[in-house]
Every structure is written in C-alpha cells, then in structure tokens.
Design a protein around this ligand. Structure first.
Ligand SMILES: O=C(O)c1ccccc1NCC(=O)[C@H](O)[C@H](O)COP(=O)(O)O
Length: 228
C-alpha cells in the first residue's frame, strides 16, 4: 500500500481532516529559511503537532544551518524531518547522523527543474544526485518539481517515466510529489510505484486553504493496490 503525506498543514481543522481521511503523515513547515505560504512559528507548530494522534506520523519541514534544524527537531520531536534542497550533501549527512540516535528519520527533497530536467543542488544529474543523497544516510528521498518561483508546493508534475527510472535504481524509499491531484494520483502510483505520495496544491482551494473533500478524495484515490 502506498502511504500518503499531506504537507503544508496550517491549522487544527486541517490536522483533523487529514487524520479523519486516513493520511499516514502530516507535514508542518516551520521556521523555513525562505518565504513560503505555509510557514509556521515554533509555537504554532508545537500546538499543531500535539494535536496529531498516535499512529499518525508527524513531519517537520525546515532548513537552514544543521544547528538550527537539529535544535528545532529536538524542541518539537517530530517522527521525521524533511530538509530544504539548499542544504548541502555534507549538511544532510550531519543532520541525518544527529537525528538517528534520537529516533528521528530524515527526508531530503530532490527537486527536478521541469524546464531542464536537471536536479537542483550540487549534482545536476537526477540519478547521480539521488545516489549521492542516499549515501548521506537519509531515511527517504522526496522527488519533487521545481519551477523557479517556488521552492516547493508548485502544483507542477514531474516526468513520471524519469521518476520511475530513479525509483527502480534506489534502495531508499522514494516519495513522489509534484502536481499530484485527486485526478492523477492513481495513474502516478501505477507508473512510478513510489513508497509514498506527497501533496499540497492538489488538496487546496487556494494557498494555505485545504479542502476536507479534496483530502478525502486524494487519500481514497491513492489507496490503490498495484501488483508488483
Ligand atoms: O520540502 C520543502 O522544502 C517544502 C517547503 C515548503 C513547503 C513544503 C515543502 N515540502 C513539501 C513538499 O515537498 C510538497 O508536498 C511538494 O512540494 C508538493 O507540492 P504540490 O506540487 O503543490 O503538491
């Protein structure tokens, strides 16, 4: 079964809607290093994380210096941290090493520029970049689209054949993101066979404003059984 992460949660209703719909993981963007519509203060995040019931995974999305990310994770105690693409491979390894002993896994986004097909970051070949990330000790790699204006939450889809090639060559679990909607998530899962899917725009009616109906439909559509 493919897991579902709903990201960019900004209020208590959204937490409740995602949990009621059966989402596996809720993502909270906290003290993010560049302006994004879903950013929360540490205090806001603390209250929302506390609302997530047992058996549902809490992911903290942040970035900046390793000291900042590790300090934030120690303060908020999520199950997972998802790291900004601008963090280098060396920083990613340092953060993964610091979080593992306290039981927090690390997801690192690998963003593909949809105009060029190149990965953003130190290594531009997408497969080589994925292998390099894997060797940092991350728990999972999140494959996402980059368009230039926004670091994430673009609503733009990736080339799923390219995503499948990466998925087939990685040992680390691959989380597929980028432009997934209630209408295409099923097909994306069939083509890419990811470990999990991740969505923001596809369950929002406007920036930051999520729809309980779209959340329910998205989770239902993602629960497809794919024969291996
Ligand atoms: O990972 C980040 O750096 C990040 C920053 C700000 C907001 C969300 C972030 N991560 C979550 C994701 O990776 C999104 O789920 C992903 O961009 C999908 O967005 P969308 O195309 O809108 O579904």
């Amino acid at each position: 079964m493919v897991r579902v992460k709903i990201c960019g949660i900004t209020d208590a209703d959204q937490v409740d809607w995602c949990v009621a719909a059966g989402a596996d993981c809720l993502g909270f963007v906290v003290e993010y290093p560049v302006p994004v519509p879903w950013n929360l203060s540490r205090q806001e995040a603390h209250a929302l994380l506390a609302r997530v019931p047992p058996m549902t995974t809490r992911a903290l999305v942040s970035g900046g210096s390793p000291e900042h990310v590790i300090g934030l994770a120690r303060a908020l105690r999520p199950h997972l941290v998802q790291l900004h693409t601008d963090n280098t491979l060396a920083e990613t390894a340092k953060i993964a090493q610091a979080l593992a002993p306290i039981g927090i896994g690390l997801i690192r986004a690998l963003r593909i520029d949809v105009a060029t097909g190149l990965a953003c970051g130190e290594i531009t070949d997408p497969l080589a970049a994925a292998h390099a990330l894997e060797s940092t000790g991350v728990t999972a790699i999140l494959l996402d689209a980059r368009t230039g204006e926004m670091p994430a939450g673009t609503g733009v889809s990736l080339d799923w054949r390219g995503a499948r090639r990466i998925r087939d060559r990685l040992s680390a679990p691959l989380i597929l993101a980028g432009g997934l909607t209630t209408g295409n998530v099923r097909s994306a899962i069939e083509q890419v066979r990811p470990y999990a899917v991740d969505v923001i725009s596809g369950v929002e009616v406007s920036r930051r404003v999520k729809s309980p109906k779209l959340i329910r439909q998205f989770v239902r559509q993602a629960r497809v059984t794919v024969s291996q």
